[in-house]
Design a protein around this ligand. Sequence first.
Ligand SMILES: Cc1cc2nc3c(=O)[nH]c(=O)nc-3n(C[C@H](O)[C@H](O)[C@H](O)COP(=O)(O)O)c2cc1C
Length: 130
Amino acid sequence: MISQYLYISTAPSLSREDVDAILAASQRNNAARGVTGLLLYNGRNFLQLLEGEESELVSLMVKISHDSRHTGISMIDRRLVEKRACPNWAMRRVMIAESVEKRRDLLKADLPEGLDAQTSKIITNFVVLN
Ligand SMILES: Cc1cc2nc3c(=O)[nH]c(=O)nc-3n(C[C@H](O)[C@H](O)[C@H](O)COP(=O)(O)O)c2cc1C
């Protein structure tokens, strides 16, 4: 079984470059540690899905929780799954568009198929928040 974590955090004013730097480090480190997932940033909050061995996620969360680029980490869900939802994404950025309609369309194209219904719903709700 694989552990899957879903959390949100707050980061009021990160630039595109800041988020790209987080993604680049995530992709490098996660690939080496068998961690996969996705990251969304809406200009105020992050939502991140992480999946991998429990011990890897525990140590990654310690690192992430000490990162001063965000605060207020709140774990929404932590579960064991049979299969990864994002097996090919060391860390994928999911884009958030300007209009709510565009956001829904983009998300449909971007969300991994292996996500369970509840997790998909949480991510979709996050994306349509203004
Ligand atoms: C919202 C958010 C998500 C992050 N996700 C990851 C991640 O999935 N993997 C990772 O290695 N670092 C992640 N980081 C970055 C870590 O906090 C840390 O800066 C990074 O792992 C350090 O990498 P380095 O030791 O290679 O410089 C994230 C940071 C933030 C703010």
